[in-house]
Write a new protein. Structure first.
Length: 335
């Protein structure tokens, strides 16, 4: 079942009744953004909860982000931006929903007093992938090829790999990129897109090449999902606890700590990829680019996974000392 919970005039169902043990409920109200990608992501989480959790009925509601006056049309490539995250946090704090699901790579509403990160499910494929009209790899594209990229990071990385290419900013759902590529819109010869978005719709088979995340780190948090709940809501926290993945949570903490310490905006040309190992250690790789891809500040750090956020923050300090802030402040490549 689904419903709407729109900004300004939230429409939320009453709090579900309790049953069984203390705090257990027959139903949970789950909120997410109103984009197609957000809904697909939330439905996957709810399916996991239904497989692993108690006999709870989950009601999925959508929250439409309030856009600042004069901001223009929202960027459809960023369905979980700062506005949507703020609306989801507000719905939780107002007891209009019991949990909220959002992607981690754009913006986080935490820390917010009264909210907690109740679960970080196992990460989806964090890589970006290359898709073209007949070429197997980005290296084999003809000089001057136009390559669609949906973020400043991907534009910078395309130029880093192929300075003779022309990055073309593209917006919208991943399947719309594939249609544009098939038609040859804007002279596109290839696109670079998030693997997880393609996998959501069963389209990952179109990928010709996956970019190694250690060499070309994706957007921080890419492929990661956050499930938020009110800190005092024991029932909600226990309901989602079964899908929490310790390795993914540690990787997210490292990447988020890095982004926060860098002062990186959601669309900054910053790539970060952390991997937690079975022995309790964690390795973090980061790259910050100039808009034209000509300059790169790169760094790596390792340590105990339990200190993931500190690992990210310390690496950020090293990158800032080497000029990362100056690269992030440069003007983006024009369309």
């Amino acid at each position: 079942m689904s419903g709407q919970c729109q900004s300004g005039t939230h429409v939320a169902w009453p709090a579900p009744p309790e049953f069984g043990g203390i705090g257990m409920r027959k139903a949970m109200r789950v909120a997410t953004g109103d984009s197609q990608a957000a809904l697909l992501r939330a439905r996957a989480v709810v399916s996991a909860l239904e497989r692993t959790g108690p006999a709870v009925e989950f009601h999925l509601l959508t929250v439409r982000a309030r856009r600042p006056v004069g901001s223009g049309r929202a960027d459809p490539a960023q369905p979980d931006g700062r506005e949507a995250a703020a609306e989801l946090a507000g719905a939780l704090l107002n007891d209009e929903v019991d949990m909220a699901i959002l992607g981690a790579c754009r913006a986080s509403p935490l820390p917010v007093r009264g909210l907690t990160l109740a679960a970080v499910p196992r990460r989806a494929d964090p890589r970006d992938v290359f898709i073209s009209r007949g070429w197997k790899t980005l290296d084999t594209l003809p000089a001057g090829s136009r390559v669609g990229a949906s973020s400043s990071l991907r534009c910078s990385q395309v130029l880093r790999m192929r300075p003779d290419a022309t990055p073309v900013p593209v917006r919208g759902p991943a399947d719309s990129h594939l249609r544009r590529l098939a038609r040859g819109d804007d002279g596109l010869a290839a696109i670079v897109v998030e693997a997880a978005r393609l996998a959501q719709k069963g389209l990952l088979g179109h990928a010709a090449e996956a970019l190694p995340p250690e060499r070309y780190p994706p957007a921080w948090g890419q492929g990661t999902v956050m499930v938020l709940a009110r800190a005092e809501d024991r029932a909600a926290r226990e309901t989602v606890g079964g899908i929490d993945d310790a390795a993914t949570r540690a990787a997210w903490e490292a990447e988020a700590g890095l982004a926060e310490a860098l002062g990186a905006a959601p669309d900054s040309p910053v790539g970060a990829f952390a991997r937690a190992r079975a022995d309790g250690s964690l390795h973090l790789t980061v790259a910050v680019y100039s808009p034209d891809g000509a300059e790169e500040v790169r760094g790596e750090a390792s340590g105990a996974a339990r200190s993931a956020r500190d690992i990210g923050a310390r690496l950020a300090d090293r990158l800032l000392a080497r000029g990362a802030m100056e690269l992030m402040a440069q003007t983006a490549v024009p369309a």
